[in-house]
Ligand binder design. Structure first.
Ligand SMILES: *[C@@H]1O[C@H](CO)[C@@H](O)[C@H](O)[C@H]1NC(C)=O
Ligand SMILES: *[C@@H]1O[C@H](CO)[C@@H](O)[C@H](O)[C@H]1NC(C)=O
Ligand SMILES: *[C@@H]1O[C@H](CO)[C@@H](O)[C@H](O)[C@H]1NC(C)=O
Length: 222
């Protein structure tokens, strides 16, 4: 009852807080961008012209918002996921065998980001392919430790392929939300999106193996 009156106008405590505006750099922001999860799948349902216009509005450096960052969601086929637009296709068929035509919804905006000259393109992954998770699904599981090398080789192969297509991927987010496998705890329902756990003991090995494989890939391509 007493609180009701306070909702009408903010309570002013004069002099209680002060703001200081300074020209000293506190934090540097390198760019502003967007992640290709999960709207690219919805946008793919629209006519091609609409999708192209959305790309121009977001990515065109002159006439559009001119985003400086784009995050490409490398899909993993959404096994175990019940939300259709959070279950992207994957280029992975088996180790070293890929289908580069897969996941047109995600790769459309990846290619658009490159041709608009977006400075920072990041590849991120929600789950490894089912052949590398301990529950053979794209959510609710954990990366199989013995498959760390196969997983990072897959990431490096995807990055190398896109380089041959003129798409330079600057950053890799190989462990997105490593504590959350997106299992809702109910065995009778599907997950809301892809996700995979990395247990703490796997993380250093993953990062070091990925660094070694990427360095080797750079040496091979130059
Ligand atoms: C796409 O953008 C062009 C140029 O601004 C405009 O003429 C056209 O009507 C747009 N198309 C749609 C479907 O919105
Ligand atoms: C590759 O992906 C495309 C798009 O989903 C699909 O039509 C085609 O059948 C796939 N090819 C193979 C060999 O899996
Ligand atoms: C997968 O590994 C995690 C972490 O070790 C474990 O908790 C979970 O029970 C495993 N799942 C299966 C299906 O083996």
């Amino acid at each position: 009852m007493l609180l009701r009156g306070l909702c009408v106008a903010p309570l002013m405590l004069s002099g209680a807080y002060t703001a200081q505006i300074t020209t000293t750099t506190r934090e540097s922001i390198n760019g502003i961008g967007a992640s290709g999860a999960w709207w690219v799948n919805d946008v793919a349902l629209f006519p091609a012209e609409v999708r192209q216009n959305i790309s121009e509005l977001l990515l065109n450096q002159n006439s559009g918002v001119g985003m400086t960052d784009y995050r490409y969601n490398l899909g993993d086929s959404g096994v175990g996921v019940g939300t259709w637009d959070r279950a992207p296709e994957t280029p992975y068929i088996s180790d070293d065998v890929y289908n580069w035509s897969a996941d047109a919804a995600d790769t459309f905006f990846l290619k658009e980001a490159a041709c608009h000259g977006i400075p920072i393109i990041t590849l991120f992954v929600n789950s490894a392919p089912t052949a590398m998770t301990n529950n053979s699904e794209n959510c609710g599981g954990t990366l199989i430790t013995e498959r760390i090398l196969a997983y990072v080789q897959y990431l490096a192969d995807v990055i190398s392929y896109w380089k041959t297509q003129g798409v330079d991927i600057a950053h890799v987010s190989s462990m997105k939300q490593p504590d959350n496998n997106f299992d809702d705890g109910d065995p009778t329902t599907l997950c809301a999106q892809e996700g995979m756990q990395f247990v703490p003991e796997q993380r250093a090995e993953l990062v070091m193996t990925l660094a070694a494989i990427l360095k080797a890939a750079v040496r091979t391509s130059t």
